[in-house]
Design a protein around this ligand. Structure first.
Ligand code: SF4
Length: 621
């Protein structure tokens, strides 16, 4: 039986050239798929120091090897590019069923190059790819865009698109499919900069597998393991809508722009309270969890607002940041973010930054277009979401993200800009969950919770060992473990929730072999090595772009200001030993003191092609 390494499509929007290529076997062995293919091709294809919103940047939309199959929770899709927010490697993951459709039409991934002269969209079928005018949908929100394309191409069509925010190059614009987003790092702005409104895929359900009989047997085993798994059953019931109960109780729910680790009156925003507004549930392709819990507002100023969320991060983004506990406002803000196409985490964090500047007098009512940004004011928060997405008034400044906005404002505003490498922090307070915090500091993409989630700190996970969540350099091994494990699972592209449902150790590798026909993929050590290879290549990408140890840092607030936790533990915590942590982390990784992969490490991982790039940087550091 033939190996199944995957095909990819290259579309150059400047020249109109469209090509199809097959992934070579050695690339499939070394990088497997998904995030592995993403960094491999981005590193090889992208010239260094390209301006992220220029014609020279490339945008990769990837499915994983298991996408479109009956494997549970493994049909998510990913975007890799150079981020306009950070200037570093970007990887952002989306849900719904676009990943499956990409596979149905015959591609592992698409590489978008160049820039169209006028707005366009791509239409992919088994017959090929057409570049079409997007004149009629440019300016439309993501709902209207998807409706228009579905009417044109029928119900067997799935779409990934941008909203007005992507068109207006909001630095944290998202790519949206259905109501799920690849939100982080500004991938939607890169798509907008290419004048690309949407990618529509019309296909019937079929995928190529190396060994269908073996695969079907494994998929049945996976379903029976998952069905009984307690973590799965809990996730199916609640999604992430109860995480704020836990993070508030243990004092790591960031409030008032990361001054507090517990929100006052958080009892108003528990999962149980959201449950009262729940109207339905939604999931991704081939996932029985259906963890997207939909909510509708029945009365009051946001009456009629409806979102397929908010999930934990978004609940936080529109409560803890502005010290409001209006569940209705979070639903309205979430709906707007999905419609207009912006990342809820960066949007909420940026609004929280603006509220603190207002409190400190660094932003006035006049600066804020007449809005009062006092804590608790959720009406202004919702207005700001619209202003940011449309770059109206103060929204134009905030659309740049906290790091750039602070630099523009000056007067010490930088002290209140909560980001790592330019990416705004998500909903876990680093001083109370330090393994998670140091993951932010060292993640290739900036402050991402998913990049190496510390289940040890947050949920008391005991694999590979429990953590003391206030320990620092002592937990460097856990940060490495969490990041590498996430990287190889994202070759899948397995949903991060599903990796805790009991099937990964015994079945994931075997499923990869049944799909690809590459025997090495069954070996745990091989997969762990793939994860490490991905991390090192992402690091080499960033080193080539000029990143060093200096950017591996948490915001000043975490290093100098004691955390307040109200009634929870962790009062007074500060990150004391970031330097010691970095020394330890780099040593475990086999990197220099400056955080540059050593030539020995690159050789050991078979990354010989990047050795010369890294050697130049190592010499100059
Ligand atoms: S657990 Fe939720 S996010 Fe993950 S694949 Fe299933 S429905 Fe999608």
């Amino acid at each position: 039986m033939a190996l199944n390494t995957g095909r990819f499509l290259k579309v150059n929007l400047s020249s109109g050239k469209i090509e199809t290529e097959i992934v070579p076997e050695q690339v499939a062995v070394d990088f497997v798929g998904g995030r592995g293919y993403g960094i491999k091709y981005l590193y090889d294809e992208l010239s260094p120091n390209v301006e992220p919103l220029s014609e020279g940047n490339k945008l990769l939309l990837l499915s994983g090897p298991l996408a479109g199959t009956s494997a549970l929770a493994s049909s998510r899709w990913m975007v890799c590019t150079k981020s306009p927010l950070t200037g570093a490697f970007a990887r952002s993951v989306g849900g719904a069923d676009f990943g499956a459709w990409l596979k149905f039409v015959g591609y592992e991934f698409i590489v978008i190059e160049g820039r169209a002269e006028n707005p366009v969209y791509l239409h992919l079928t088994k017959e090929g790819c057409q570049i079409q005018s997007a004149g009629e949908i440019w300016g439309q929100d993501t709902k209207a865009t998807q409706r228009w394309l579905t009417q044109r191409y029928g119900k067997s069509t799935r779409i990934a698109c941008i909203g007005p925010a992507g068109e207006k190059l909001v630095k944290y614009a998202a790519i949206v499919s259905g109501r799920r987003t690849a939100g982080r790092c500004g991938t939607g702005a890169v798509m907008g900069s290419k004048n690309l409104k949407a990618i529509a895929v019309t296909a019937s359900r079929s995928v190529q597998l190396h060994d269908r009989v073996a695969f079907n047997q494994l998929a049945r085993e996976q379903a029976s393991v998952v069905r009984e798994n307690k973590v799965f059953l809990n996730h199916k019931e609640w999604g992430t809508t109860r995480t704020q109960n836990i993070t508030n109780e243990i004092g790591i729910y960031p409030a008032l722009n990361f001054r507090y680790g517990q929100q006052a009156d958080y009892q108003n925003i528990t999962g149980e309270e959201y449950r009262k507004l729940r109207t339905g549930e939604f999931g991704c392709y081939a996932c029985p969890a259906r963890c997207g819990k939909a909510h509708r507002v029945k009365a009051g100023p946001y009456k009629g607002a409806y979102s397929e969320g908010p999930e934990y991060e978004t609940i936080w983004a529109f409560t803890g940041t502005t010290d409001t506990t209006s569940r209705e406002a979070t639903i309205a803000a979430d709906e707007l973010c999905d419609d207009l196409g912006i990342d809820t985490i960066s949007t909420g964090c940026t609004i929280g930054f603006a509220y603190e500047l207002y409190e400190k007098g660094l932003l006035t009512k006049a600066d804020a277009d007449g809005l009062e940004l006092n804590y608790g004011n959720h009406e202004s928060m919702v207005v700001l979401v619209k202003k940011i997405a449309n770059r109206e008034g103060i929204g134009d400044l905030l659309a740049e993200g906290v790091a750039r906005a602070a630099a523009t404002i000056g007067k010490g505003a930088e002290a209140y800009a909560i980001h790592v490498k330019g990416l705004e922090l998500p909903a876990y307070e680093p001083r109370g969950a330090k393994t998670q915090g140091f993951n932010y500091a060292t993640a290739s993409i900036g402050a991402s919770h998913c990049f190496g989630y510390s289940g040890q700190d947050v949920f008391g996970a005991i694999v590979p060992r429990p953590s003391d969540r206030f320990a620092e350099e002592e937990n460097a091994d856990l940060v490495v473990y969490n990041q590498d494990n996430t990287a190889w699972k994202e070759t899948g592209i397995v949903c991060s929730f599903a990796s805790n449902w009991g099937w990964i150790p015994s079945l994931f590798g075997k499923m990869l072999v049944a799909v690809r026909g590459i025997d090495e993929l069954v070996n745990d050590d091989h997969l762990l090595r793939v994860g490490e290879r991905i991390l090192n290549l992402e690091r080499a990408f960033n080193v080539r772009e000029g990143f060093t140890r200096e950017q591996d840092t948490l915001p000043q607030r975490m290093l100098t200001e004691p955390l307040h936790t109200r009634e929870a533990s962790g009062e007074g915590q500060v990150v004391r030993n970031q330097d010691k942590f970095l020394d330890q982390y780099y040593q475990i990784r086999g990197w220099t003191k400056e955080g540059i992969p050593t030539l020995e490490k690159l050789k050991e991982l078979g990354l010989n092609q990047v050795m010369s790039d890294v050697a130049v940087k190592a010499k100059s550091s």
